[in-house]
Design a protein around this ligand. Structure first.
Ligand SMILES: *Cc1c(COP(=O)(O)O)cnc(C)c1O
Length: 434
């Protein structure tokens, strides 16, 4: 399958889009066309079989086509369960838990897929310079990418995170690697980190010296495997209950939600898709007014979603049109603020003996408070994007109890951590690069 830039220019192969990340014209790569499945096409609905079948058309004609099964096995090496909450809430509600990977957030899926693909392509890229992956992170992406690429020969990772805007355990996960991973604390917000990564790409000196760097957060290699868990959950649900499953998705840069929209457009039995932001209201305001206006991000409890100008909006609008057309596709967007996040975490700990991370709590709040009874009588899955133990400084005081740390996270917290501080300028970044 070929991909094109959202800003025009010639189509490129999947290999090029994976290695380059961003198109030379500054646009984002999108598939030229999408596969067209029907639920009946999936004979075997086991997760591995659905993953391979869903990804096959995207890999057709690429050098990775023969490696799909191996790439799927390396990526999906942990469970992504759809947990039934119906009895507790007296409505057909499930939780899609995406936090059982090595760094306890859904970013592990995209990071591991990209590492599996790039480590196979790097040997073939006709360029002796090491591949440098620059990652701007609002907290979880950087740790997932560092974990996925740590120790891979010929690939360097540079993680940029906003100083003081990530949780202590997130920061530890960003900084506990060493070797081929460099961790930089940037005096600014996530948007400054993201702008710095984009600027590094177009800077003549840096892009010559470091060659084919790749900006992870906007890489198409994040979207493809994220669509897989929506494909698996919806097809398994449909096979069992004969109904489409709708999703409420905690949203920042819109990479997770766009993956669901892609899976739906490719014919998977997905119903409505509710984009749930924190107090950064850019996307809900766009759905309400039809007028898109990116802005500076504000800090919230769901810090991995503190994005004021989501990069994947460019892909969403390019592929599927403007607000009115997006509504007709079953999309809508709502905002949930910090008071509501706190309220949901407290209430559900008392009701179900169950802790949400602050990001996942936004989606549960939206399902409960923004949908009417008719909407809630249809099957929904609230998407849980991170484990609450990553945000224990927020969650534990609210629930008045400790949150057990999953073993993989405990291992990382035992490693020593170091990082350097930089100002948000290209000169400072250039000096800090390996
Ligand atoms: C990154 C992240 C989000 C937002 O995902 P996007 O793909 O940027 O919309 C939500 N929750 C958690 C825990 C995250 O790490």
């Amino acid at each position: 399958m070929k991909l094109r830039s959202t800003r025009g220019g010639p189509a490129v192969s999947l290999e090029t889009a994976l290695v380059k990340g961003l198109a030379p014209d500054g646009g984002l790569y999108v598939p030229e066309s999408l596969p067209s499945f029907t639920p009946d096409d999936f004979g075997d609905v086991a997760a591995r079989a659905v993953a391979i079948q869903y990804l096959t058309p995207f890999f057709a004609g690429t050098r990775l086509a023969d490696a799909i099964a191996a790439i799927v096995d390396e990526t999906f090496s942990f469970p992504l369960p759809l947990v039934d909450l119906s009895a507790q809430v007296s409505a057909p509600l499930h939780v899609l838990e995406l936090f059982h990977g090595p760094t306890a957030a859904f970013k592990d899926v995209g990071a591991r897929f990209l590492a599996a693909c790039l480590s196979r392509l790097d040997a073939e890229v006709d360029d002796p310079r090491p591949l440098t992956i620059l990652v701007a992170t609002s907290g979880d992406t950087g740790g997932a990418v560092a974990a996925a690429f740590h120790g891979r020969p010929g690939i360097d990772v540079v993680v940029l995170f906003p100083e003081g805007r990530v949780s202590p355990r997130q920061q530890h996960q960003l900084c506990c690697w060493g070797d081929n991973v460099t961790s930089l604390s940037v005096a600014g917000g996530f948007d400054d980190c993201q702008a710095l990564v984009k600027a590094a790409f177009t800077d003549p000196t840096l892009s010559t010296q470091y060659g084919c760097s790749s900006a992870f957060c906007i890489n198409i290699g994040r979207l493809l495997p994220q669509s897989v868990y929506y494909a698996v959950a919806s097809i398994q649900y449909c096979r069992k209950h004969g109904e489409r499953l709708s999703f409420a998705i905690p949203t920042g840069n819109l990479g997770n939600a766009l993956a669901a929209v892609l899976a739906r457009a490719a014919g998977l039995p997905i119903g409505d898709i509710l984009l749930v932001t924190n107090a950064n209201r850019t996307v809900p305001d766009y759905f309400a007014t039809g007028h898109y206006e990116g802005r500076a991000s504000i800090a919230t409890l769901a810090s991995a979603m503190d994005v004021g100008d989501p990069s994947n909006m460019e892909r969403l609008r390019d592929l599927f049109g403007e607000a009115q057309a997006l509504r007709e596709l079953g999309l809508d967007a709502v905002s949930v603020d910090d008071t509501e996040i706190r309220e949901q975490i407290r209430r559900d700990a008392a009701r179900f003996d169950f802790a949400w991370c602050p990001h996942s709590a936004t989606a549960m709040y939206a399902w409960e408070r923004h949908l009417d009874d008719a909407a809630r009588s249809a099957p929904w899955a609230v998407v849980a994007t991170a484990h609450p133990a990553k945000f224990e400084t927020i969650v534990e005081p609210l629930i008045g109890d400790s949150v057990p740390v999953p073993p993989a996270l405990a291992d990382l917290l035992d490693r020593p951590a170091t990082f350097s501080r930089i100002t948000p300028s290209l000169d400072a970044l250039a000096e800090a690069l390996p």
